[in-house]
Design a protein around this ligand. Structure first.
Ligand code: BG6
Length: 515
């Protein structure tokens, strides 16, 4: 194929990624997620000409709001959070697609009214009945909304059109409630209509982890227990609980970040190559990873899991309050703002290779990264200058930076110039922004578009969600049943508690400083 033919093929592939005309129905239209993520992402897609020619966004609110008032509110959200700034009358034109409809979750009439509103919009603007429902509402409202949609028949696509529903995390509070939610949603919608969003999967770099592994020949042969000593997955955040104390108190770091985002990254790192990149083949492989995780016994929880809470400290030279001083947080709270966990996978590829996962609020740096630490060389013939002080040449490290400064770096030993043979670690880097000279799209852009296109590969499937809860249940139960009155602490602006260091030190390793 020559270059022109190739370009033609690429652009027609891109064209195929324009969804069919549809109405996006957002429950929770005046909430934080809609304001910060959904409207900005939809607007950015619009400016990139990725939305269908005909589309409407119907914002569902608890109270009555006129279309102009709704548009005004969304304009503010757009000014603050959209990636693309206004050029000409783009916002004006986009905002014509915004409509609003009040709802009472407990009232069938209210949902009948929603149905009529949808029919009217579709009739007025000649849009087929393709519906994407987005539940950007508190989890306690998921089932009432799902059930009412079923009662009024809005769950069923008609005349070859499609109906899909996006559900935000948390999917359940534990394994039992996740199963119940999946079951009840499954009574109203078919699994292929349900899109469980985990926004980490929409991040370019999390997808690039797959490209890196499965579009290159040189890494896969060494991506296993024969060459890798251990793997570290970090999602560090500098923010505290940001006014979400009430939510966070019931969640904690393990539920908020590890059950979903970190375990998804873990699965991308550990999975086998799917036979093709379609939703089921891909998700089958991820579920296999979750199911191969060595079950955690009650007795070992204290040796493989660490939890802690931040106390008052300094971030960027500014004093910040401790977790227990945050609004909405119990003064005697034992909710963890930091969690670290060691997992093993019982399969041929990974037997004996520890995976260390950690996440925390109020850490010194916002960074999400996967670090592969390779085995050290078996016999050393040169002197080392690693600064580790043990005279040994350090291991090779492959670091996949998910955010920010997205990229990949490889650390290896090089000869220090001059006499003798001294080895010093050096780093080879690829960074996204300079290489592709582009700002990466927000994860919600990708995921909203995929849901409109009916591509569920980057969404969690019910069995995957349940399998990931199953991994964590022994830890959650042990923590819940524990009678401790206070958790280990770490000062805001530091890398977590000493217990997390000890978790690795016991195995002769340490948390690698993000490169
Ligand atoms: C959310 C968590 O799912 O992810 C938040 O609820 C967390 O507590 C956020 O801050 C992190 O996402 P990102 O994309 O900012 O790293």
């Amino acid at each position: 194929m020559n270059k022109i033919e190739k370009e033609k093929q690429t652009s027609s592939a891109d064209k195929k990624r324009i969804p069919a005309p549809c109405v996006i129905v957002i429950f929770g239209a005046t909430g934080d997620l809609t304001k910060r993520k959904l409207i900005p992402a939809l607007y950015d897609l619009y400016t990139e000409k990725m939305l269908p020619e005909k589309f409407k966004i119907l914002g569902i609110t608890r109270g009555k709001l006129s279309d102009p008032d709704f548009r005004q509110r969304m304009k503010k959200a757009h000014d603050e959070f959209s990636k693309s700034k206004d050029t000409g009358d783009q916002w004006e034109r986009f905002s014509e697609s915004l409509h609003c409809c009040p709802i009472d979750y407990d009232s069938r009439d209210s949902f009948e009214n929603l149905k009529k509103t949808l029919q009217k919009i579709e009739g007025d603007y000649n849009i087929p009945g393709n519906h994407l429902f987005y539940l950007a509402i508190p989890p306690s409202a998921y089932l009432p909304v799902v059930q009412q949609l079923g009662v009024v028949g809005l769950n069923k696509p008609v005349n070859g059109e499609w109906t899909r529903i996006i559900i935000e995390k948390p999917i359940g509070y534990d394994l039992k409630s996740a199963k119940e939610l999946n079951e009840k949603v499954g009574e109203v919608f078919n699994e292929d209509q349900v899109y469980r969003i985990d926004h980490f999967l929409g991040k370019e770099t999390v997808q690039n982890l797959l490209a890196f592994r499965f579009a290159n020949g040189i890494f896969e042969p060494i991506w296993n227990r024969h060459y890798i000593d251990h793997i570290q997955i970090t999602a560090g955040e500098t923010v505290g609980v940001e006014g979400r104390g009430g939510y966070y108190e019931r969640s904690g770091a393990l539920r908020d970040m590890i059950q979903n985002h970190l375990l998804q990254v873990f699965a991308h790192t550990a999975m086998e190559a799917p036979v093709r990149f379609d939703a089921d083949a891909f998700r089958d492989e991820k579920v296999k990873v979750f199911e191969s995780v060595k079950p955690i016994s009650n007795e070992e929880v204290d040796t493989i899991a660490v939890r802690a809470q931040y106390t008052r400290g300094k971030m960027d030279g500014k004093e910040v309050p401790g977790y227990k001083e945050e609004e909405g947080v119990d003064k005697n709270s034992v909710t963890e703002t930091y969690a670290a966990l060691k997992l093993h996978i019982n399969n041929w590829r990974w037997a004996g290779v520890p995976f260390y996962l950690r996440t925390g609020k109020r850490l010194p740096k916002r960074v999400s990264e996967v670090i592969l630490v390779f085995k050290r060389i078996p016999h050393q013939i040169f002197q080392s200058d690693t600064g580790l002080g043990d005279g040994e040449i350090d291991a090779n490290i492959l670091a996949i930076r998910l955010q920010p400064d997205e990229g990949i770096s490889l650390r290896f030993g090089a000869k220090v110039p001059g006499q003798g043979m001294k080895i010093k670690p050096v780093t080879m880097k690829f960074d996204y922004e300079t290489t592709f000279n582009t700002k990466l799209a927000d994860a919600y852009e990708r995921l909203l578009l995929d849901a409109m296109l009916g591509d569920a590969a980057l969404f969690a499937r019910h069995d995957g969600v349940e399998a990931s809860w199953r991994i964590l249940m022994p830890v959650l139960e042990a923590w819940e049943n524990s009678t401790v009155k206070a958790l280990p602490t770490y000062e805001a602006g530091t890398w977590g508690p000493k217990e997390a260091e000890e978790l690795l030190n016991r195995d002769g390793c340490w948390w690698r400083e993000c490169l």
